[in-house]
Design a binder for this molecule. Structure first.
Ligand SMILES: O=C(O)CCC(=O)C(=O)O
Length: 299
């Protein structure tokens, strides 16, 4: 863990500006239900995008040095959120987190924060190459109330607009099956390549099958995922956050970082264990305006 992040900074609150009334547009909801994912074009932009890109570079350089990795080795940083203060800003980012709340409700926590840097491959690499093979992220069971058990928000940090530059591959509709249809080579049949620019964001259900194909671009391909799951599931890449980190945050962010007030708070939450849910309910009572437009429609 980077000790630099466990500082005595003042409490970092969830941004007062995040909009609980920002809901999925009808089109986003349709795509989520039908395909198991949707894309927000340019949802991360301006100074924050610059800060996140800079932070990702700094963490990449530090981790490559710590792990003795060359620039052509793949780098994966798990629990990346504790590695740089800028990453906290994506924990409940106002342009994406309200949509997670709309999909999942308030009974959630951060499941993972995962920075991935994948190097390009040589030009003679077969097109069927996978930097990571087809998979859905566990667990695969359906939830009891139709809300997703777990989902991810992927922030693209490099340009993967050109086909064959290591973009995320998804199989639309595969969140409805445990075994998507494949051809004789084991390749999933129905595939969409999410070509994206830095700052584009994908939201996908954990059940949606995805993979990463070859990157012929000659440039590294970078992405940062923030995952969220139900609080009665374990997080993926941390067990508990250190007290020194939790102490920096307000009750809503502490909930998101897996903390409870009472002993059985994950399974049998008291009111005090659910600040996000309580806050959400209060906000929704005061104003609730479903979005009719889609500010991030593909362009
Ligand atoms: O985008 C990537 O490099 C891999 C993403 C992935 O497979 C995952 O998050 O489970």
């Amino acid at each position: 863990m980077a000790t630099a992040t466990v500082s005595s900074s003042p409490t970092l609150s969830s941004p007062a500006s995040f909009r609980p009334t920002l809901k999925l547009s009808l089109e986003q909801q349709r795509q989520w239900d039908k395909n198991g994912y949707f894309v927000l074009r340019g949802a991360l932009s301006g100074a924050l995008l610059d800060r996140v890109l800079e932070a990702a570079e700094e963490v990449e350089a530090r981790k490559r040095a710590e792990r003795n990795l060359g620039s052509n080795d793949t780098l994966e940083v798990r629990n990346a959120i504790i590695e740089h203060d800028v990453f906290w800003e994506l924990l409940d980012y106002e342009e994406t987190f309200p949509l997670v709340l709309d999909l999942m409700g308030g009974d959630i926590q951060l499941s993972t924060s995962h920075l991935i840097v994948r190097p390009p491959v040589p030009g003679d690499t077969p097109a069927t190459f996978k930097a990571i093979g087809w998979h859905a992220d566990a667990p695969q069971a359906l939830t009891y109330d139709d809300r997703p058990m777990a989902m991810k928000v992927g922030y693209f940090l490099s340009d993967v607009m050109r086909p064959g530059s290591g973009a995320l591959l998804v199989s639309p509709g595969s969140h409805k099956t445990t075994n998507p249809e494949r051809d004789e080579n084991g390749e999933v049949r129905d595939v969409v390549e999410i070509n994206a620019k830095p700052g584009d964001v994908v939201l996908f259900n954990h059940r949606t099958y995805h993979a990463v194909g070859p990157n012929y671009s000659g440039r590294h391909r970078k992405v940062l995922y923030m995952g969220y799951n139900r609080r009665w599931l374990r997080p993926i890449d941390y067990i508990t956050m250190p007290e020194a980190i939790l102490a920096r945050f307000d009750p809503i962010r502490r909930q998101l970082l897996g903390a409870t007030i009472t002993q059985c708070g994950h399974y049998l939450p008291s009111k005090d264990d659910q600040p996000l849910k309580t806050w959400l309910e209060t906000q929704l009572k005061t104003s609730s305006q479903p979005n009719s437009d889609d500010p991030y429609a593909a362009h």
